[in-house]
Design a protein around this ligand. Structure first.
Ligand code: HSE
Length: 428
């Protein structure tokens, strides 16, 4: 007897999964306690897979047939259909499923979790969040003796590279994106990364696992890095911060806040040191305190490492008669609307440089019930007679922040609200 493994989708990650399953078969089988056998690789482009050196006898373009002939099916097509259909067919025929499909899990995870539970098979998805970093295992299993309070993640390497390059090379966003494309981090169409959609799917998965509740993509309020300017990045450094695109999943008294947005992270926070295209996830738990995981969030070989690790877990469960973790949604905590999120924020504005200006501005913040933490004034680089004011606040709801900015824009002493960025990363 051996455990039959099928790989569906043989692109950048799939080809590396096939390679690792083949070259490491002795070690992997020893870890499983039974022989792992690659029984097929399905891809619409058979020739391309064969050209990679995969045994032609294993390669098929009939995924629907292959998924019914395996004990473990690795789904690496991505997207909704036909990936969902193949995964459901695999589970219905008794196979456990390993997938990296964050988009489908975030949009329609319950369909997959329910199908896995009904069939009594495993559903593993380590590679769906932060590539090689074993964050799914840590949040799903490593924290289940604790109460997670917040997860802050740099879970998109492309945008981290872009923001880091803007900071280190003084480039504007457009040129930094082009640089990321040249190096192969960003896609030809960088929308999903730049607008935060990729990070939002991962935020939904992290929030679901951390708070034992169903959180889907539609629950995540999402703002990408499109509005971040070179000036924002330079001012961040001047005020002791760095701009990062963060996925935030936070347990507030009334429910879960889950969001993706650019934020100022203090240079003293461990996430501030995450450079280039690397990813990191910072977990804060009641009893464990802070935990940070750091590593490669994308790329064929790193992501394949996470996928193959799931294959070993699923296979070992078959051998021992065990089961992997089920969906845990017992807490059923409500997801809060975006305006209930609480963050500090920093507003930069050009204001008249004359008597009484600060009094009017601080009154506008007080009226919105927003408390000022610090104020810094510099001569404005723009027209004469203006000052550049940088106000950092204490925590305020999104609703209060929006009301504050609207009130500031109405003041005759405010020439321009130049930029507003949330500040994240205060230790709980
Ligand atoms: N495009 C993603 C990133 C990797 O740049 O991190 C896949 O989720």
């Amino acid at each position: 007897m051996s455990l039959r493994v099928a790989v569906v989708g043989c692109g950048t990650v799939g080809s590396q999964v096939v390679r690792l399953l083949t070259t490491q078969v002795e070690d992997l089988s020893a870890r499983v306690g039974d022989r792992l056998e690659l029984v097929g690789v399905a891809d619409l482009n058979r020739e391309a897979v064969i050209a990679q050196g995969v045994d032609p006898a294993l390669v098929t373009d009939d995924a629907a047939d292959l998924v019914t002939r395996a004990d473990i099916v690795v789904e690496l097509i991505g997207g909704a259909e036909p990936a969902r259909r193949f995964m459901l067919a695999a589970m219905a025929s008794g196979a456990s499923v390993v997938t990296a499909n964050k988009a489908l899990l975030a949009a329609d995870g319950p369909t997959l979790y329910d199908a896995a539970a009904a069939a009594g098979v495993d559903l593993y998805y380590e590679a769906a969040v932060a590539g090689a970093i074993p964050v799914v295992r840590v949040v799903r299993e490593g924290m289940h003796g604790d109460q997670v309070k917040r997860v802050l993640g740099i879970v998109n390497g492309t945008t981290n590279y872009v923001l880091d390059t803007m900071a280190s090379s003084d480039l504007d966003l457009e040129r930094a994106v082009k640089d990321a494309q040249r190096l192969g981090y960003a896609e030809a169409d960088p929308t999903a990364d730049v607008e935060g959609h990729d990070a939002a799917a991962k935020a939904a998965l992290l929030a679901s696992m951390a708070f034992h509740s169903r959180v889907c993509l539609a629950d995540v309020s999402c703002e990408g890095i499109g509005g971040v300017t070179a000036d924002d990045v330079a001012w961040a450094a001047r005020t002791g911060h760095v701009v990062k695109l963060l996925a935030v999943a936070e347990r507030l008294d009334a429910g879960i806040s889950v969001r993706v947005h650019p934020a100022l992270v203090p240079l003293t926070h461990p996430l501030a040191s995450v450079r280039g295209a690397l990813n990191a996830v910072f977990i804060e738990a009641e009893h464990a305190g802070p935990i940070m995981l750091y590593g490669q969030g994308a790329g064929g070989e790193p992501t394949a490492s996470a996928v193959v690790s799931d294959v070993v877990s699923a296979a070992r469960n078959r051998v021992t008669g065990g089961q992997g973790p089920r969906e845990s949604a017992y807490a059923n905590v409500p997801v809060l609307p975006p305006e209930a999120a609480v963050s500090r924020f920093q507003v930069r504005m050009d204001v008249a440089d004359r008597t009484g200006v600060l009094a009017k501005i601080s009154a506008a913040l007080a009226d919105a019930d927003v408390s000022i933490e610090s104020v810094r004034q510099n001569p404005s680089p723009g027209p004469r007679g203006l000052a550049h004011l940088v106000i950092t606040t204490h925590g305020a709801t999104e609703a209060a922040r929006v009301a504050t900015i609207a009130a500031l824009e109405r003041l005759d002493v405010v020439d321009t609200v130049v930029s507003v960025l949330r500040v994240e990363g205060d230790m709980l």
